[in-house]
Design a protein. Structure first.
Lengths: 248, 244
Protein backbone atom coordinates (compact mmCIF):
# COMPACT_ATOMS: atom_id res chain seq x y z
CA UNK A 1 0.00 0.00 0.00
CA UNK A 2 1.41 3.34 -1.05
CA UNK A 3 1.68 6.39 1.16
CA UNK A 4 -0.56 8.43 -1.19
CA UNK A 5 -3.26 5.82 -1.83
CA UNK A 6 -6.45 7.45 -3.17
CA UNK A 7 -5.01 10.97 -3.18
CA UNK A 8 -5.56 13.42 -6.03
CA UNK A 9 -2.61 15.65 -6.87
CA UNK A 10 -2.05 18.57 -9.21
CA UNK A 11 1.55 19.00 -10.30
CA UNK A 12 2.45 22.00 -12.40
CA UNK A 13 5.40 21.67 -14.73
CA UNK A 14 4.79 17.94 -14.45
CA UNK A 15 6.12 17.22 -17.91
CA UNK A 16 9.84 17.30 -17.15
CA UNK A 17 12.54 17.28 -14.51
CA UNK A 18 11.50 17.42 -10.86
CA UNK A 19 7.80 17.74 -11.73
CA UNK A 20 7.82 14.63 -13.89
CA UNK A 21 9.80 12.58 -11.36
CA UNK A 22 7.36 13.71 -8.66
CA UNK A 23 4.33 12.74 -10.76
CA UNK A 24 5.85 9.32 -11.37
CA UNK A 25 6.61 8.73 -7.67
CA UNK A 26 3.14 10.00 -6.63
CA UNK A 27 1.46 7.51 -8.95
CA UNK A 28 3.72 4.72 -7.68
CA UNK A 29 2.53 5.62 -4.17
CA UNK A 30 -1.12 5.33 -5.21
CA UNK A 31 -2.09 8.88 -6.19
CA UNK A 32 -3.95 10.10 -9.26
CA UNK A 33 -2.08 13.03 -10.78
CA UNK A 34 -2.95 15.93 -13.03
CA UNK A 35 0.15 17.30 -14.70
CA UNK A 36 0.35 20.63 -16.46
CA UNK A 37 2.81 22.00 -18.95
CA UNK A 38 2.93 24.35 -21.88
CA UNK A 39 4.08 21.96 -24.57
CA UNK A 40 1.61 19.30 -25.69
CA UNK A 41 4.16 16.86 -27.20
CA UNK A 42 6.18 16.83 -23.95
CA UNK A 43 3.01 16.32 -21.94
CA UNK A 44 2.05 13.37 -24.12
CA UNK A 45 5.47 11.82 -23.57
CA UNK A 46 5.15 12.39 -19.82
CA UNK A 47 1.76 10.69 -19.73
CA UNK A 48 3.22 7.70 -21.54
CA UNK A 49 6.18 7.58 -19.13
CA UNK A 50 3.98 7.79 -16.02
CA UNK A 51 1.81 5.09 -17.52
CA UNK A 52 -1.38 5.20 -15.47
CA UNK A 53 -3.55 7.35 -13.20
CA UNK A 54 -2.53 10.55 -14.93
CA UNK A 55 -4.27 13.30 -16.85
CA UNK A 56 -2.37 16.00 -18.71
CA UNK A 57 -3.79 19.51 -18.82
CA UNK A 58 -1.96 21.83 -21.21
CA UNK A 59 -1.68 25.40 -20.07
CA UNK A 60 0.48 28.44 -19.41
CA UNK A 61 0.27 29.27 -15.71
CA UNK A 62 1.08 32.91 -16.25
CA UNK A 63 -2.42 33.16 -17.78
CA UNK A 64 -5.22 33.03 -15.23
CA UNK A 65 -7.68 31.49 -17.67
CA UNK A 66 -5.31 28.54 -18.08
CA UNK A 67 -5.35 28.07 -14.32
CA UNK A 68 -9.15 28.13 -14.50
CA UNK A 69 -8.87 25.41 -17.13
CA UNK A 70 -6.80 23.26 -14.78
CA UNK A 71 -9.31 23.72 -11.95
CA UNK A 72 -12.17 22.88 -14.34
CA UNK A 73 -10.46 19.70 -15.56
CA UNK A 74 -9.94 18.52 -11.99
CA UNK A 75 -13.48 19.44 -10.99
CA UNK A 76 -14.98 17.48 -13.86
CA UNK A 77 -13.03 14.27 -13.40
CA UNK A 78 -12.26 14.06 -9.68
CA UNK A 79 -14.02 16.90 -7.90
CA UNK A 80 -11.36 17.04 -5.20
CA UNK A 81 -7.70 17.96 -4.72
CA UNK A 82 -5.55 16.61 -1.89
CA UNK A 83 -2.07 17.71 -2.91
CA UNK A 84 -0.80 20.63 -4.96
CA UNK A 85 2.79 20.65 -6.16
CA UNK A 86 3.45 24.10 -7.54
CA UNK A 87 6.58 23.36 -9.47
CA UNK A 88 6.55 25.08 -12.87
CA UNK A 89 9.60 27.23 -13.29
CA UNK A 90 12.60 28.09 -15.41
CA UNK A 91 15.91 29.82 -14.96
CA UNK A 92 17.12 32.78 -16.90
CA UNK A 93 20.17 34.64 -15.68
CA UNK A 94 20.56 38.41 -15.79
CA UNK A 95 22.93 40.76 -13.95
CA UNK A 96 21.41 43.76 -12.21
CA UNK A 97 23.10 46.20 -14.60
CA UNK A 98 21.25 44.93 -17.61
CA UNK A 99 18.18 43.02 -16.45
CA UNK A 100 15.09 44.04 -18.33
CA UNK A 101 11.48 44.51 -17.23
CA UNK A 102 10.64 41.62 -19.55
CA UNK A 103 13.05 39.31 -17.70
CA UNK A 104 11.68 40.41 -14.34
CA UNK A 105 8.05 40.06 -15.39
CA UNK A 106 8.54 36.67 -16.99
CA UNK A 107 10.30 35.35 -13.89
CA UNK A 108 7.86 36.77 -11.35
CA UNK A 109 4.76 35.97 -13.39
CA UNK A 110 5.50 32.28 -13.54
CA UNK A 111 7.25 31.72 -10.23
CA UNK A 112 5.77 34.24 -7.79
CA UNK A 113 2.38 35.25 -9.22
CA UNK A 114 1.10 32.01 -10.76
CA UNK A 115 1.45 29.96 -7.53
CA UNK A 116 -0.81 32.43 -5.69
CA UNK A 117 -3.62 32.04 -8.19
CA UNK A 118 -3.05 28.35 -8.70
CA UNK A 119 -3.49 27.73 -4.98
CA UNK A 120 -6.34 30.22 -4.68
CA UNK A 121 -8.32 28.61 -7.49
CA UNK A 122 -7.69 25.04 -6.32
CA UNK A 123 -8.34 25.79 -2.65
CA UNK A 124 -12.13 25.24 -2.85
CA UNK A 125 -11.37 21.74 -4.17
CA UNK A 126 -9.24 20.84 -1.12
CA UNK A 127 -12.26 19.58 0.76
CA UNK A 128 -10.81 16.78 2.89
CA UNK A 129 -7.57 18.30 4.18
CA UNK A 130 -4.46 18.44 2.12
CA UNK A 131 -0.85 19.32 1.53
CA UNK A 132 0.45 22.15 -0.60
CA UNK A 133 4.05 21.96 -1.74
CA UNK A 134 5.62 25.07 -3.22
CA UNK A 135 8.79 24.12 -5.06
CA UNK A 136 11.26 26.86 -4.24
CA UNK A 137 15.04 26.65 -4.49
CA UNK A 138 17.98 26.56 -2.11
CA UNK A 139 18.97 29.69 -3.97
CA UNK A 140 16.33 31.63 -2.08
CA UNK A 141 18.74 31.89 0.85
CA UNK A 142 21.86 32.34 -1.25
CA UNK A 143 23.54 35.07 -3.24
CA UNK A 144 24.53 33.70 -6.62
CA UNK A 145 25.38 36.35 -9.22
CA UNK A 146 22.81 36.92 -11.98
CA UNK A 147 19.88 35.48 -10.03
CA UNK A 148 18.23 38.67 -8.77
CA UNK A 149 14.78 37.80 -10.07
CA UNK A 150 14.93 34.02 -9.75
CA UNK A 151 16.13 33.95 -6.14
CA UNK A 152 13.68 36.67 -5.09
CA UNK A 153 10.72 34.96 -6.74
CA UNK A 154 11.67 31.74 -4.93
CA UNK A 155 11.99 33.67 -1.64
CA UNK A 156 8.43 34.88 -2.14
CA UNK A 157 7.26 31.25 -2.07
CA UNK A 158 8.93 30.71 1.29
CA UNK A 159 7.02 33.72 2.56
CA UNK A 160 3.69 32.44 1.20
CA UNK A 161 4.17 29.20 3.14
CA UNK A 162 4.40 31.18 6.38
CA UNK A 163 1.31 33.28 5.72
CA UNK A 164 -0.80 30.45 4.40
CA UNK A 165 0.17 28.08 7.22
CA UNK A 166 -1.34 30.69 9.54
CA UNK A 167 -4.36 31.31 7.31
CA UNK A 168 -5.14 27.59 7.04
CA UNK A 169 -5.27 27.18 10.82
CA UNK A 170 -7.86 24.60 11.76
CA UNK A 171 -8.57 23.63 8.13
CA UNK A 172 -6.34 20.58 7.98
CA UNK A 173 -4.32 21.98 5.10
CA UNK A 174 -0.55 22.03 5.40
CA UNK A 175 1.72 24.17 3.25
CA UNK A 176 5.48 23.91 2.91
CA UNK A 177 8.21 24.87 0.53
CA UNK A 178 10.50 22.23 -0.91
CA UNK A 179 13.81 23.81 -1.83
CA UNK A 180 15.95 21.69 -4.12
CA UNK A 181 19.59 22.34 -4.73
CA UNK A 182 21.17 21.85 -8.11
CA UNK A 183 19.35 18.97 -9.72
CA UNK A 184 20.28 17.05 -12.83
CA UNK A 185 17.33 18.04 -15.01
CA UNK A 186 16.75 19.67 -18.38
CA UNK A 187 16.40 23.05 -16.62
CA UNK A 188 20.20 23.10 -16.33
CA UNK A 189 20.36 23.36 -20.11
CA UNK A 190 18.42 26.59 -19.97
CA UNK A 191 20.94 28.23 -17.62
CA UNK A 192 22.37 30.32 -20.39
CA UNK A 193 21.83 31.02 -24.02
CA UNK A 194 25.20 29.51 -24.84
CA UNK A 195 24.37 26.16 -23.25
CA UNK A 196 27.30 26.33 -20.89
CA UNK A 197 25.97 23.33 -19.02
CA UNK A 198 29.33 21.72 -18.24
CA UNK A 199 30.76 24.96 -16.94
CA UNK A 200 27.70 25.58 -14.76
CA UNK A 201 27.77 22.04 -13.38
CA UNK A 202 31.49 22.33 -12.52
CA UNK A 203 30.90 25.59 -10.68
CA UNK A 204 28.09 24.09 -8.62
CA UNK A 205 29.93 20.85 -7.84
CA UNK A 206 32.60 22.88 -6.05
CA UNK A 207 29.92 24.43 -3.86
CA UNK A 208 27.88 21.35 -2.90
CA UNK A 209 29.03 19.61 0.32
CA UNK A 210 27.51 16.29 -0.71
CA UNK A 211 29.73 16.44 -3.79
CA UNK A 212 27.23 15.73 -6.56
CA UNK A 213 24.06 17.01 -8.17
CA UNK A 214 20.68 15.72 -7.05
CA UNK A 215 18.80 13.19 -9.12
CA UNK A 216 15.24 14.33 -9.79
CA UNK A 217 13.89 11.28 -7.96
CA UNK A 218 15.61 12.41 -4.74
CA UNK A 219 13.60 15.63 -4.83
CA UNK A 220 10.50 13.62 -5.75
CA UNK A 221 10.98 11.46 -2.65
CA UNK A 222 11.07 14.59 -0.51
CA UNK A 223 7.84 15.72 -2.20
CA UNK A 224 6.24 12.35 -1.39
CA UNK A 225 7.24 12.91 2.24
CA UNK A 226 5.66 16.37 2.29
CA UNK A 227 2.57 15.17 0.43
CA UNK A 228 1.94 12.23 2.75
CA UNK A 229 0.83 11.82 6.34
CA UNK A 230 4.45 11.08 7.19
CA UNK A 231 4.87 14.86 7.58
CA UNK A 232 1.57 15.47 9.40
CA UNK A 233 3.09 17.94 11.91
CA UNK A 234 5.17 19.77 9.29
CA UNK A 235 3.61 22.99 8.04
CA UNK A 236 4.98 26.42 7.20
CA UNK A 237 8.38 24.78 6.90
CA UNK A 238 11.06 24.91 4.25
CA UNK A 239 12.47 21.49 3.45
CA UNK A 240 15.81 22.01 1.80
CA UNK A 241 16.91 19.08 -0.33
CA UNK A 242 20.08 20.71 -1.53
CA UNK A 243 23.00 18.46 -0.61
CA UNK A 244 23.98 21.20 1.83
CA UNK A 245 24.72 23.91 -0.72
CA UNK A 246 22.50 26.45 1.06
CA UNK A 247 23.57 25.40 4.54
CA UNK A 248 27.25 26.25 4.74
CA UNK B 1 10.16 -4.36 2.97
CA UNK B 2 10.93 -1.64 5.48
CA UNK B 3 12.77 1.58 4.72
CA UNK B 4 15.58 0.78 7.19
CA UNK B 5 16.05 -2.92 6.49
CA UNK B 6 19.36 -4.16 7.90
CA UNK B 7 20.38 -0.78 9.34
CA UNK B 8 21.87 -0.28 12.79
CA UNK B 9 20.65 2.79 14.67
CA UNK B 10 21.75 4.35 17.94
CA UNK B 11 19.19 6.59 19.62
CA UNK B 12 20.21 8.45 22.75
CA UNK B 13 17.39 9.35 25.08
CA UNK B 14 15.50 6.58 23.31
CA UNK B 15 13.78 5.38 26.44
CA UNK B 16 11.04 8.01 26.39
CA UNK B 17 9.11 10.58 24.40
CA UNK B 18 9.91 11.41 20.77
CA UNK B 19 13.00 9.25 20.65
CA UNK B 20 11.17 6.21 21.99
CA UNK B 21 8.46 6.61 19.34
CA UNK B 22 11.24 6.91 16.74
CA UNK B 23 13.03 3.81 18.04
CA UNK B 24 9.80 1.86 17.76
CA UNK B 25 9.22 3.11 14.22
CA UNK B 26 12.81 2.37 13.15
CA UNK B 27 12.44 -1.23 14.31
CA UNK B 28 9.12 -1.54 12.47
CA UNK B 29 10.98 -0.41 9.35
CA UNK B 30 13.60 -3.14 9.73
CA UNK B 31 16.38 -1.51 11.80
CA UNK B 32 18.18 -2.81 14.86
CA UNK B 33 18.26 -0.07 17.52
CA UNK B 34 20.32 0.72 20.56
CA UNK B 35 18.54 3.03 22.96
CA UNK B 36 19.92 4.80 25.99
CA UNK B 37 18.46 6.34 29.10
CA UNK B 38 19.55 7.17 32.59
CA UNK B 39 16.96 5.17 34.53
CA UNK B 40 17.14 1.40 34.26
CA UNK B 41 13.44 0.99 34.95
CA UNK B 42 12.36 3.36 32.16
CA UNK B 43 14.85 1.76 29.82
CA UNK B 44 13.52 -1.72 30.57
CA UNK B 45 9.97 -0.58 29.91
CA UNK B 46 11.06 0.96 26.60
CA UNK B 47 12.84 -2.22 25.51
CA UNK B 48 9.70 -4.16 26.36
CA UNK B 49 7.52 -1.74 24.41
CA UNK B 50 9.74 -1.93 21.32
CA UNK B 51 9.69 -5.69 21.66
CA UNK B 52 12.46 -6.91 19.36
CA UNK B 53 15.67 -5.91 17.63
CA UNK B 54 16.57 -3.54 20.45
CA UNK B 55 19.31 -3.25 23.05
CA UNK B 56 18.92 -0.89 26.00
CA UNK B 57 22.13 0.63 27.34
CA UNK B 58 21.85 2.51 30.60
CA UNK B 59 23.82 5.74 30.58
CA UNK B 60 23.85 9.51 30.77
CA UNK B 61 24.52 11.14 27.39
CA UNK B 62 26.25 14.00 29.22
CA UNK B 63 28.79 11.59 30.68
CA UNK B 64 31.66 10.81 28.32
CA UNK B 65 32.52 7.56 30.08
CA UNK B 66 28.95 6.38 29.61
CA UNK B 67 29.19 7.28 25.92
CA UNK B 68 32.40 5.25 25.59
CA UNK B 69 30.64 2.30 27.16
CA UNK B 70 27.65 2.71 24.82
CA UNK B 71 29.74 2.63 21.68
CA UNK B 72 31.86 -0.25 23.01
CA UNK B 73 28.67 -2.27 23.33
CA UNK B 74 27.48 -1.23 19.86
CA UNK B 75 30.86 -2.18 18.41
CA UNK B 76 30.83 -5.56 20.13
CA UNK B 77 27.27 -6.43 19.15
CA UNK B 78 26.97 -4.97 15.65
CA UNK B 79 30.34 -3.52 14.71
CA UNK B 80 28.90 -0.58 12.80
CA UNK B 81 26.39 2.27 12.83
CA UNK B 82 24.22 3.49 9.97
CA UNK B 83 22.02 5.95 11.85
CA UNK B 84 22.72 8.05 14.91
CA UNK B 85 19.82 9.94 16.42
CA UNK B 86 21.26 12.10 19.21
CA UNK B 87 18.11 12.99 21.01
CA UNK B 88 18.95 13.07 24.71
CA UNK B 89 18.05 16.54 25.90
CA UNK B 90 16.57 18.52 28.73
CA UNK B 91 15.49 22.01 29.68
CA UNK B 92 13.52 23.99 32.22
CA UNK B 93 12.34 27.57 32.42
CA UNK B 94 14.81 29.86 34.20
CA UNK B 95 14.68 33.57 33.36
CA UNK B 96 17.77 35.74 33.00
CA UNK B 97 18.58 37.01 36.49
CA UNK B 98 17.99 33.62 38.07
CA UNK B 99 20.27 31.52 35.91
CA UNK B 100 22.78 29.56 37.97
CA UNK B 101 26.01 27.94 36.80
CA UNK B 102 24.42 24.60 37.62
CA UNK B 103 21.49 25.31 35.31
CA UNK B 104 23.73 26.44 32.46
CA UNK B 105 26.13 23.52 32.84
CA UNK B 106 23.33 20.94 33.10
CA UNK B 107 21.59 22.20 29.96
CA UNK B 108 24.67 22.78 27.79
CA UNK B 109 26.39 19.72 29.28
CA UNK B 110 23.69 17.40 27.98
CA UNK B 111 22.16 19.16 24.98
CA UNK B 112 25.27 20.63 23.37
CA UNK B 113 28.40 19.03 24.83
CA UNK B 114 26.76 15.63 25.17
CA UNK B 115 25.49 15.71 21.58
CA UNK B 116 28.89 16.78 20.25
CA UNK B 117 30.71 13.90 21.93
CA UNK B 118 27.97 11.43 21.07
CA UNK B 119 28.56 12.22 17.40
CA UNK B 120 32.35 12.28 17.69
CA UNK B 121 32.51 8.95 19.46
CA UNK B 122 30.08 7.37 17.00
CA UNK B 123 32.01 8.45 13.90
CA UNK B 124 34.67 5.69 13.88
CA UNK B 125 31.86 3.13 13.75
CA UNK B 126 29.91 4.92 11.04
CA UNK B 127 29.32 3.33 7.69
CA UNK B 128 29.79 5.68 4.78
CA UNK B 129 26.35 6.69 3.57
CA UNK B 130 24.96 6.98 7.08
CA UNK B 131 22.67 9.57 8.60
CA UNK B 132 23.14 11.65 11.75
CA UNK B 133 20.09 13.33 13.26
CA UNK B 134 20.19 15.74 16.18
CA UNK B 135 17.14 16.93 18.07
CA UNK B 136 16.88 20.70 17.97
CA UNK B 137 13.92 22.73 19.16
CA UNK B 138 11.52 25.35 17.89
CA UNK B 139 12.72 27.31 20.92
CA UNK B 140 16.06 27.89 19.20
CA UNK B 141 14.48 30.22 16.65
CA UNK B 142 11.91 31.82 18.95
CA UNK B 143 12.13 33.88 22.11
CA UNK B 144 10.16 31.98 24.71
CA UNK B 145 10.69 33.71 28.06
CA UNK B 146 12.67 31.59 30.49
CA UNK B 147 14.07 29.25 27.87
CA UNK B 148 17.14 31.31 26.94
CA UNK B 149 19.74 28.73 27.93
CA UNK B 150 17.78 25.79 26.51
CA UNK B 151 17.17 27.63 23.24
CA UNK B 152 20.84 28.55 22.86
CA UNK B 153 21.98 25.01 23.64
CA UNK B 154 19.80 23.80 20.77
CA UNK B 155 20.79 26.62 18.41
CA UNK B 156 24.36 25.40 18.78
CA UNK B 157 23.34 22.06 17.25
CA UNK B 158 22.07 23.81 14.14
CA UNK B 159 25.48 25.39 13.84
CA UNK B 160 27.27 22.04 14.37
CA UNK B 161 25.31 20.63 11.44
CA UNK B 162 26.65 23.31 9.10
CA UNK B 163 30.26 22.73 10.12
CA UNK B 164 30.11 18.94 10.14
CA UNK B 165 28.44 18.94 6.78
CA UNK B 166 31.70 20.21 5.31
CA UNK B 167 33.93 18.20 7.62
CA UNK B 168 32.17 14.95 6.73
CA UNK B 169 32.29 15.69 3.04
CA UNK B 170 33.67 12.70 1.24
CA UNK B 171 32.29 10.13 3.69
CA UNK B 172 28.76 10.65 2.44
CA UNK B 173 27.42 10.89 5.97
CA UNK B 174 24.46 13.24 6.13
CA UNK B 175 23.82 15.34 9.20
CA UNK B 176 20.57 17.14 9.93
CA UNK B 177 18.67 18.70 12.80
CA UNK B 178 15.07 17.74 13.46
CA UNK B 179 13.43 20.68 15.21
CA UNK B 180 10.32 19.62 17.09
CA UNK B 181 7.70 22.06 18.26
CA UNK B 182 5.40 21.42 21.20
CA UNK B 183 4.77 17.69 21.43
CA UNK B 184 2.59 15.87 23.92
CA UNK B 185 5.30 13.92 25.79
CA UNK B 186 5.90 13.02 29.44
CA UNK B 187 8.61 15.72 29.58
CA UNK B 188 6.26 18.41 28.28
CA UNK B 189 3.68 17.31 30.83
CA UNK B 190 6.30 17.75 33.52
CA UNK B 191 7.76 21.04 32.33
CA UNK B 192 4.75 22.98 31.04
CA UNK B 193 1.90 24.35 33.10
CA UNK B 194 -1.70 24.01 31.83
CA UNK B 195 -1.55 27.69 31.01
CA UNK B 196 1.66 27.30 29.00
CA UNK B 197 0.15 24.39 27.07
CA UNK B 198 -2.88 26.44 26.12
CA UNK B 199 -0.62 29.33 25.14
CA UNK B 200 1.39 27.06 22.84
CA UNK B 201 -1.66 25.50 21.20
CA UNK B 202 -3.06 28.93 20.44
CA UNK B 203 0.20 29.75 18.63
CA UNK B 204 0.42 26.60 16.53
CA UNK B 205 -1.06 27.01 13.03
CA UNK B 206 -1.91 23.31 13.05
CA UNK B 207 -4.05 24.09 16.12
CA UNK B 208 -3.05 21.17 18.27
CA UNK B 209 0.13 19.78 19.74
CA UNK B 210 2.10 17.18 17.88
CA UNK B 211 2.23 13.53 18.85
CA UNK B 212 5.52 11.64 19.33
CA UNK B 213 4.62 9.45 16.33
CA UNK B 214 4.55 12.55 14.12
CA UNK B 215 8.19 13.18 15.02
CA UNK B 216 9.04 9.54 14.47
CA UNK B 217 7.83 9.62 10.86
CA UNK B 218 10.04 12.62 10.15
CA UNK B 219 13.02 11.00 11.88
CA UNK B 220 12.37 8.02 9.63
CA UNK B 221 12.48 10.30 6.58
CA UNK B 222 15.80 11.82 7.66
CA UNK B 223 17.24 8.41 8.54
CA UNK B 224 16.22 6.73 5.28
CA UNK B 225 17.35 7.13 1.69
CA UNK B 226 14.14 9.08 1.01
CA UNK B 227 16.12 12.11 2.20
CA UNK B 228 19.30 11.25 0.29
CA UNK B 229 19.87 14.85 -0.86
CA UNK B 230 18.79 16.48 2.43
CA UNK B 231 21.99 17.49 4.18
CA UNK B 232 22.84 20.07 6.83
CA UNK B 233 19.30 21.34 7.25
CA UNK B 234 17.07 22.00 10.19
CA UNK B 235 13.72 20.43 9.48
CA UNK B 236 11.05 22.07 11.63
CA UNK B 237 8.34 19.70 12.81
CA UNK B 238 6.31 22.14 14.79
CA UNK B 239 2.86 22.48 13.23
CA UNK B 240 3.99 25.81 11.80
CA UNK B 241 4.90 27.45 15.10
CA UNK B 242 8.28 28.75 13.96
CA UNK B 243 7.02 29.77 10.52
CA UNK B 244 4.82 32.63 11.57
Amino acid sequence: MGTLEGKVAVITGGNSGIGLATAKRFVEEGAYVFITGRRKPELDKAVEYIGKNVTAVPGDLSKLQDIDGIAAAVTTTKGVVDIIVSNAGFTEQAPLDTLTPEHFDKTFNLMARAPVFLVQKLLPLISRGGSIILVSSAMHVMGIPNHTAYAAAKAALRSYARTWAAEFKGRGIRVNTLSPGVTDTPILDSQSEEHRRDEVVRMYLNMIPIGRLAEAVEIANAAVFLGSEQSSYVTGADLMADGGVGQV
Amino acid sequence: MGKLEGKVAVITGGSSGLALASAKRFVEEGAYVFITGRRQETLDEAVKLIGRNVTGVRGDAANLDDLDRLFKIVKREKGKIDILYASAGWGEAVPLGEITEQHFDAVFGLNTRGTLFTVQKALPLFNDGGSIIMTGSVASVKGFPGFGVYAASKAALRSFARTWLNELKGRNIRVNVLGPGPIATPMQEEVLTEEAKEMFESLIPRGKMGQPEEIATVALFLASDDSSFVNGVELSVDGGLSAI
